[in-house]
Design a protein around this ligand. Structure first.
Ligand code: PGA
Length: 240
């Protein structure tokens, strides 16, 4: 896995955005998946700017959501849907059929998994996926110990993830489960961009790079994919 180290978050975000732009330029109807969370916010901004400047055309691109907190929807601050719509989809000119995103408010999570799996069967594999790294090494909501055979599935969230979640919601919330693309789908992506920013990610970035591939640290599994790159800023690279 090639590692690119940027001087700071702005440069990191631009470098990752350029990967997405290159993918869409090569294949205008590409299937793109970009994580929610704090890490990709700069990527969203860079992609919106690129669209506004005419440097990329998303009119035929398909967008797939990576994961969602079960029980949360667009009206919930900090849900994946709220973050991705607010920072990205609302600022692009997209048609509804260009987006497939987990409905965290579903009353039938298994049917929701089937729906998204069906979409991936029709439009997949993912051409380019941008992943953050959880403090415990999770990718999407594939927590330590996740199965390599999983497609879309419901997950009991790891205590680390539940604790970290407060930063999105601004207040503690009962989030016990998530719904996510599985490792099988993620690792079948044609291109994976794994990104991390800031000193708090330095330890898990070093583990991702140095630890043998293991489901106990899901981010290490990205190293098994030939077209996988790690993009970090100096602070996140400080323990490498
Ligand atoms: P973050 O989350 O981008 O908010 O740090 C990363 C993740 O948990 O995957």
């Amino acid at each position: 896995m090639k590692t690119s180290i940027s001087s700071g978050y702005a440069e990191l975000s631009k470098a990752v955005a350029q990967n997405v732009i290159d993918c869409v330029k090569a294949k205008p109807d590409a299937l793109i998946c970009i994580a929610g969370g704090d890490t990709p916010l700069g990527v969203f901004a860079a992609l919106v700017e690129a669209q506004n400047q005419g440097r990329v055309d998303f009119s035929r691109t398909q967008f797939l959501g990576l994961d969602e907190w079960l029980g949360l929807g667009l009206a919930d601050k900090g849900s994946c849907r709220e973050m991705v719509w607010h920072h990205f989809f609302d600022k692009l000119t997209l048609r509804e059929e260009q987006i497939c995103f987990f409905d965290g408010l579903t009353h039938d999570p298994q049917a929701e998994c089937k729906r998204v799996d069906g979409y991936i069967e029709k439009h997949g594999p993912i051409d380019c996926i941008v992943l953050g790294i959880g403090m415990n090494g999770h990718i999407g909501f594939n927590e330590p110990g996740a199965s390599l055979e999983n497609t879309c599935h419901v997950i009991d969230l790891d205590p680390v993830t539940q604790t970290v979640s407060v930063k999105y919601f601004g207040t503690p919330r009962e989030v016990k489960q998530g719904i996510s693309l599985g490792l099988k789908t993620i690792l079948a992506s044609k291109k994976i961009v794994l990104m991390a920013s800031g000193e708090k990610k330095a330890a898990i970035v070093a583990q991702t790079v140095n630890h043998p591939t293991s489901v106990e640290i899901p981010s290490t599994l990205v190293k098994t994919v030939p077209q996988a790159n790690l993009f970090v800023d100096k602070a996140a690279a400080s323990a490498l």
